[in-house]
Design a protein around this ligand. Sequence first.
Ligand code: FBP
Length: 321
Amino acid sequence: MEQERLHPEATGELSNLLYDLCLAAKIISRQVRRAGLTDILGGSGTLNVSGDLQQKLDMFANETVRNAVQHTGRVCITASEEDEGPVVCPREEQGKYVLLYDPLDGSTNIDVNVSIGTIFSIHRRVTGQQEGASELDCLQPGYRQVAAGYILYGSSTMLVYTTGQGVHGFTLDPTIGEFLLSHPDIRSPDVGKYYSVNESHWNKWAPGIQRVVGAFKNGDGGRVEAKNARYIGSLVADIHRNLMSGGVFLYPADAISPQGKLRLLYEAAPLAFVVEQAGGAATDGRRNILDIKPTALHQRTPLIIGSKQDVAFAQSVLTGQ
Ligand code: FBP
C-alpha cells in the first residue's frame, strides 16, 4: 500500500493482484512443506509444451496460481510454463493486467527436498476490451513489466518482488500466515563472490563462454578475481543466493540448446527486472534481457545474470569489446 501511494494514478488493483499471488504462494508453500507426507511427489505422467515431465506439484501450483487470479477482475490473460497456450479470463471478468508465471521452477528438485520457486511477471494489457485479450498481451519486452518477482520455498518461504521502486523481501511467518517485511530495499554487490553454472556442459560451450567461466573460476589476472562455485540447479534458489551475497549465474547457449534452456517470458525477464532493480544486470551475451522483444510464448534465451560488473565482463568478452 505504501508503494501504491507513489503512484497517484493507482487504483489498488496491482496491490490486490500481488496479494492474490501471496495467497497462492501460501497454499503452494503448505503443499511443498508437506510434500513428503502426501501423495503429491513424483511425475503426473504428462509432458508440458517444452517436453518436460510435469510433476504433480507443478500441476497443483499451476492451477493454484491461475485460480487465485482468474476471477478477480484484475487479470485479462495468464500464460504459464505448464500451459501450451495463454489462458484467457472470462470476458466479463477481464482486468487490465497480464500474468506470466513459472508455477514451480526447479521441479526436478522437488522429490529430493531441494529449494524450488514460483516466478511471476506482470504486464499491462495492450489489447482493447472490444478485441478481447490475446497472446499479443503476453509478447511484451521485459522493460514493460509493471511488477515481477519470485517466491522461494527454501528453509523459509520468501517473497521477493519489485514494481520498479527497488526490491523488497518478505518472509512467510507460518504461525500467522502472513508475509512480513524481512529484507527491505535489497541491494546486490557490484562484484560477486560466487559463479553459478552447470559446468558439465563445458564441452558443448562456445570458446567465448569457456573463457568467461574460466575467468570466473581462475581469475583473469586483472579484470576478474577467482570466485567460489555454487550451483543448486534450481534457478530461483541460485538467483536468490547471488542476489543476497553477490554472484553471477550463467545458463548459456550450447551445442544442444542453441537458444539456451531457460524461458524468456517467465524465467529470464522477471528475474532480470528484479536483479536490475537491486543494482545488478542481465544479458543474453549481447543485449540486455529486458530489451528482447518476444516472438513466441515459450521462447528460450541464454542467460547471464547477477552482479553488475561480472555481467558486464561476460558481455564484453562475448561481444569482443
Ligand atoms: P524448470 O523446472 O522450470 O523446467 O526449470 C528449469 C531448471 O530446473 C532451472 O530451475 C535450473 O536453473 C535449470 O533448469 C537446471 O538445468 P540443468 O539441470 O541443465 O543444470
